[in-house]
Design a binder for this molecule. Structure first.
Ligand code: GTP
Ligand code: MG
Length: 204
């Protein structure tokens, strides 16, 4: 079912202070400024829900949003800080890295991460290494290419194709892949349908 309601729950400085909840959870992760918060706002039809900024490093906490809280099948959407924000000091970057890694490893209701990649930029070591780390730790993830409005159809297809080829150098199988534009409202239905499909899959 589509997203009919979305409410901010809490911002947490670490995984230990995240909500005590067993609702299925999906988190958006990726480099600073890739468009995580904007995409959450687009999916939830509320431009003010998650704070966005032209300056990287806007989101610095783990932000929980309750989706369809008035329905039998509610779930959580999580906005995470971006990784690899160059202007942040080394200490700050290390702190965020640890916060993100601990969240990914220890957050029990986490069903899948969505790794966001700017569709204009060729495969970056920081994203490839992060996804390798997810694989090594058996953390499920999907990829969302963001800012699709910034490219023409042909260039978009070529970039995604090149990205897939790069990933297949080290992966046997590709994760689910989505393409989005928060600006144009593209890709939301596919992402929400995927989440609903995972929610409906019985866990052993
Ligand atoms: P941090 O919280 O700093 O890690 O960034 P973030 O990944 O949450 O990015 P955010 O959503 O704040 O967006 C960063 C900038 O990209 C803002 O200026 C957005 O308006 C812009 N942006 C986000 N998504 C899109 C998109 O789909 N298309 C275009 N053209 N711009 C976008
Ligand atoms: Mg953000």
């Amino acid at each position: 079912m589509p997203i009919t309601s979305a409410q901010f729950v809490i911002s947490s400085p670490d995984v230990a202070s995240c909500p005590k909840s067993s609702l299925p959870e999906y988190a958006f992760i990726g480099r600073s400024n890739v468009g995580k918060s904007s995409l959450i706002n687009m999916l939830c039809h509320n431009p003010k829900l998650a704070k966005t900024s032209q300056k990287p490093g806007k989101t610095l906490l783990i932000n929980h949003f309750l989706i369809n809280g008035n329905q039998p099948h509610a779930w959580h959407l999580v906005d995470l800080p971006g990784y690899g924000f160059a202007q942040a000091g080394l200490k700050q970057r290390e702190k965020l890295k640890l916060m993100i890694e601990r969240y990914c490893l220890l957050r029990e209701p986490l069903m899948s991460l969505f790794v966001l990649i700017d569709c204009r930029i060729e495969a970056q070591p920081i994203d490839l290494q992060f996804m390798e780390w997810l694989g090594e730790n058996e953390i499920p993830f999907a990829i969302i290419f963001t800012k699709a409005d910034k490219l023409g159809k042909g260039a978009l297809a070529a970039n995604i194709d090149a990205y897939k080829r790069k990933m297949l150098e080290s992966w046997v199988e590709l994760p689910p892949i989505f393409v989005s534009s928060a600006e144009k409202g593209l890709g939301g239905n596919e992402i929400v349908s995927y989440i609903e499909q995972v929610n409906a899959t019985p866990t052993i």
